[in-house]
Unconditional design. Sequence first.
Length: 680
Amino acid sequence: MEERRERTRERLYAQLREEAFRDAGELGISRDLSPLPTVGEQELARIKGDNVTVRAYTVQAMGKVVAHAGEEDLPLVFALFDRNCCLIKLYGAAERVLTLRRAGIRAGSVWDGKTVGPNAVALGCERVQAVSSVGEENYNRTLSRYALYFAPITRTTPKEDGSVICLGGVAILTPAEQARPELLLTAISISNEVCLHIDVLKDIYYLYDKSPKCMLLLDINTKSGRITINHHNNRIFELFEIPQSDLYFTDADDLFDPAPQNQEFWDSISRDQDLYKTEMVMSVRGHKVNCIVTTTVRNKPNILSKSVMVTIDSQKRSTSQISGQISNNAVFGFDNIVGQSPVIKSAIKRARLLANTDSNIMIFGESGVGKDLFAQAIHNTSRRWDKPFIAVNCGALPRDLIDSELFGYEGGAFTGARRQGNIGKFELANGGTIFLDEIGELPLDLQATLLRVVEQKKLMRLGGNKLIDIDVKIISATNADLVSLIDQKLFRADLYFRLSTVSLNLPPLRDRGDDIILLAEHFIRTLSKRIGRSSVMLLSPEAKELLSSLPWYGNVRELQNMMESIVQLYEDPVIYPSHITENLNNLGSRSGLPAQQFPSAIQLPQTARPQPVYVTPPAPPAGMPYAPAARPRRALTRQDISEALRICGGNRSEAAKYLGIARKTLYRNMERLGMSPEES
């Protein structure tokens, strides 16, 4: 059966050659054309450039075959052709290649049927089939001295029909008297391997092209040491902002600047050492970017080369991705702010204007007025809305960790540091917004560091030795009297001016009139829905009147907590004053309202704590914008702290609440005043 199929194939080839010979004669093509016609050097260079991928994979595919032919002393020369039958390159023993060149068979020679008449190369490219032609079966007398075995290199089109196009082909040349039919199978094997490389890698590269990271595949010739780029996606041009160009099989140091630039990168390649998410400054054609680099070196001794898979990501994009995974992005907008009073409308209007600027913003207001809500709304209305929003409570961070939390650290920077280091909050916010709440609690030494970051727009990690560029909008907030703290040398005036380029004052709840009722009803509805309550409680007129008369030193947060307590504790359909007084949490005493006004209220103990004394701050320096907090406080004295500890029975947490400060602030003041733990 196979023999019959082979005879049929030979008969068809003979018929094709006979027709081709007749056509060549009618066209007047000379059989004695020698040397073969060639293209010019520039045209040959263009052809080589157009076929760079085929050339690279053909070299790899035929490497062992060529070596084996040399060992067996087989009189074979291999040739690579483009789709137009132009000879691109000859491979084989030097003396045999030289013999062919002397006969006029050299790179740039054209073998198509219309130029030199029928031959295996011309018929194979035309029919996209494997073809052989031996001796006189080649029309040209120069070629008739040889047996030609040709197999096309093809690829499928991206169209649905899956049609095949010819990219060129591989030919084996041997003297006609030493013809071997099995050499056609060898040519087919080589072309099939090249086709397999092209098809498989095309699919892999398609995935690479979809990657948001810059990916390159480098090839290193272990004999010559030359490093070339075998593949890349277009992210390299976007990341380093360089013009797009064809980098395939160009020298790697034409793209990556040579040492001493990129020293760590080049060292990893020369020493066969992999890099894993290593932070470094990469320099590409003079453009420097803070990057995270991963390299994987793979040795391929069978083809005397090794490959390096390189993945490069911008540090900015990577940290943005991380910040998006830690669930602290801004979720509120101005539509989430409940209120119709003139003062809150004015604050929202100003905040919307501030959102359109890149200036640093400082938000003033009492605790619980919604400074964090406004900060998120400003971010979500700004041009940075799709970038990170990182919130930091400066008063809640341990003093010893504030530096590393804000600015990050390198691996091994201190005892207990993570081996791979840590990204700080400012880096996580790069490109977006960082919200520094309770900025007045920041220690003085950290204020100096923060000032440098704000002024230079660069930071250096703890234990690091390189500056990292940052682009961050800073929104800070405080309920403290910063002017008083400046006078007491507890806050830097230069940092104050840098952070309060523009300011926003948020009114206390007691100044917002009917907003108190709007907010109370909003919290009742929201919580009822969240806990699955079938009916929504209503506020009686008396309850509304009482709510409007209370001072709300805890502001919106205090009102929200009260409404949540009432909704969860009572099943009554209507809220009366008794529900409110039972959940005042000592508000009656603090407000100056006598407890007996509310017969159902929780009675205060006989040793009720007196209200802390607050003093009016001194006038601000000339020209300094000042938004005073509702209850500014003077610097604490030893007597203040001792009295608070005595009243609270030595409980420091309660003493801090009594003094209206955070517990860490209490410890800081005790340390400042030289108070020992025994004094509590």
